[in-house]
Design a protein around this ligand. Structure first.
Ligand code: SF4
Length: 458
């Protein structure tokens, strides 16, 4: 709704109780999603219902799990550059009840404990899809119990047999697993289980989006609100086509019956682990909410976690570190001082290279609003004046007994300006790439003489 359309439903008394000077100002803020309609206490019930329905996100936010959760949905754009993507897809590993329980236990523990660090963030997998491959109730119940007692990550319970699903829900239903799946044959019983255990429900309908919408509507009429869709799309071309149609229908056409997150199975119908990972990467970009994989190995998972982080980082809010002086490898007062910007990727690249080079050093980080070296320089946020100011701000002279500073090779042009700002200092031009800093220090720092007077060893 536009601001004017919203305004038509407001009381137009300009009473200011919402915190805005006029109803029109409030309407404009609501339209820009900077204020919530509930701030107006004067709305009639009818207007409230109309405006709340209109302001509902086109894709419902669905939460899976107990203490640790996968939250997916609530997306409002087709392309990240239009605004941002809000909820990254959950990456889960499928385990079948035909696998030996000892293997299950160790695999569940390994996957639960797996994490990698990138730009200061911990990246990890999100849960398990437990599949009733055997079609036997007891095997499935054993798998569910074994997994549940070795992880606190969310679970997806996969069986199309309501009686088997009920048994499994009896063991872990309180942890709000995702039920997979209701189909044309079992939807009444599965919907009832979702209501009884207050769990989200997957709707599987591979015959087409119209049929999927019909089934979703029937499940909705039974009272199930938290739904995940499986359109049964397999392969590269079919899944990009189907998932894009689903996203378009939800966001551009406001088609409520298909306004739910989607679960995908790149593990099915792919010929190799490599193909599975590439298809999963496609699903991260367009437009899965939960992605089920069959294979777990750090080398396969790491690129997916990195890709997901890149796509689901708000481009308007760069990840940044706090400016300051960072000691690396227990530096002394004689150790070299390098300077960089506060963009996380820049900081962690150079800090990581310094650390692995083994060279004790100081890394001065300037506040550039989270911009990388060249971008910050081009924006006038990483220049001689800023570096000189940051040196004073963090009393760098107290940490070191020399007056040499290494600037990134990409901003070699500011060497002269910095020498003017810091007339007592020697300005050294470092390498362009972070990976060359270790070699640079070995070749240049050891050979270079520390200006006197020394203030004593640190
Ligand atoms: S509280 Fe409601 S009626 Fe009062 S100014 Fe705000 S929008 Fe208008």
């Amino acid at each position: 709704m536009t601001g004017i359309e919203i305004y038509k439903h407001l009381p137009k008394t300009n009473c200011k109780k919402c915190g805005f000077p006029t109803c029109l100002a409030f309407a404009m803020k609501v339209a820009q999603k900077q204020a919530d309609i509930s701030l107006c206490p004067e709305l009639s019930e009818e207007s409230k219902q109309i405006l709340e329905a209109a302001s509902r996100p086109p894709i419902r936010l669905v939460s899976i799990g107990g203490n640790k959760r996968i939250e997916v949905g609530n997306e409002v754009v087709l392309f990240r550059h239009e605004k941002t993507f809000y909820h990254q897809p959950g990456l889960v590993i499928r385990i079948k009840d035909t696998e030996p329980l000892e293997d299950v236990t160790s695999l569940v523990k390994e996957i639960t404990d797996y994490s990698v660090e990138r730009v200061g963030l911990k990246l990890s997998l999100d849960g398990f899809a437990l599949a009733n491959e055997s079609k036997e109730a007891e095997s499935f119940a054993n798998l569910v119990e074994a997994a549940n007692s070795n992880t606190d990550l969310p679970l997806i319970l996969m069986s199309t047999e309501p009686a088997i699903m009920k048994l499994a829900l009896g063991k872990v239903g309180q942890n709000k697993p995702l039920i997979y799946a209701a189909n044309r044959d079992n939807w009444q019983e599965m919907a009832q289980l979702a209501l009884d255990y207050q769990c989200p429900l997957t709707i599987f309908e591979p015959r087409g989006l119209s049929q999927l919408a019909e089934l979703t509507e029937m499940v909705g009429q039974k009272g199930v609100e938290d739904v995940v869709l499986d359109p049964g799309a397999l392969g590269f071309a079919e899944s990009v086509d189907t998932l894009t149609q689903l996203r378009r229908l939800a966001i551009k056409k406001n088609y409520r019956e298909l306004g739910y997150p989607v679960i995908t199975f790149p593990c099915d119908n792919t010929a190799s682990v490599e193909e599975e990972i590439v298809l999963a990467a496609q699903h991260i970009a367009k437009y899965a909410g939960i992605i089920v994989l069959d294979h777990f190995s750090p080398s396969a998972i790491y690129p997916l976690l990195t890709l997901r982080l890149n796509i689901y980082t708000d481009p308007q809010k760069p990840i940044q570190v706090t400016s300051g002086v960072y000691p690396i490898n227990n530096p002394k007062k004689t150790s070299p001082l390098a300077v960089t910007t506060d963009f996380s990727l820049t900081y962690f690249s150079i800090a990581g290279e310094l650390q692995s080079s083994g060279s004790p050093s100081w890394l001065l980080v300037c506040d550039t609003g989270g911009l990388s070296v060249l971008t910050a320089w081009a924006a006038g946020k990483f220049n001689a004046a800023k570096i000189a100011k940051t040196i004073k701000q963090f009393d760098v002279a107290n940490n070191i007994n020399h007056q040499s500073i290494i600037i990134p090779g990409y901003v070699a042009v500011i060497k002269g300006e910095l020498e003017e700002e810091l007339p007592e200092w020697e300005v050294m031009v470092g390498p362009r790439e972070a990976m060359d800093i270790g070699r640079y220090l070995k070749q240049n720092w050891m050979a270079h003489s520390i200006p006197s007077p020394l203030k004593g060893e640190g």
